[in-house]
Write a protein of this length. Sequence first.
Length: 174
Amino acid sequence: MFTKSFINDIFSKIISTVCVSSKKSLTLNNKRDYLSFLQAYFMSPLEQLYAGFFGEKPHTTTELTASGSNRRYYRLVSENHVAIGVEGTSVEENKAFIAMSDHFVSKKLPVPEVFTKSIDSKYYLQQDLGNTLLFDYIADGRKTGVFSAQEKEMLRKTMDHSYEGISSIIDDNL
């Protein structure tokens, strides 16, 4: 078991390290302040972004399969919210993706909405649209050339939704 003086010594070292590196002063008045500080200190940047946006920290963070880019994707889940967290090493690419997503969402195209981004644009949270890709959903029809009624309906809904969004872009530019 750890003694109270040992724990206080560890807290002091962590706090002095953080305060020196961030050049900010920090006052922790009670046990709750210590626990809140430690939770924030040990959460990943995506978890901190999530907690700041949704007002609750995620209880699970699961890395998702990479999709051929330099971005890493995570599903963050809390009691009341689910989001996809993105960690991208190319700030310019992240900014371009966010700008395009915002534009497409404003035109009602079926793309995930970006909820928030970090100050340095290396991290952002976007809407979780689920696990199933349209490409995978229509796999049987693609293989056989014969699409089921469900596959046809999904394709129709996707095309209708996309057409509405594209029409609004064209109308805006005329």
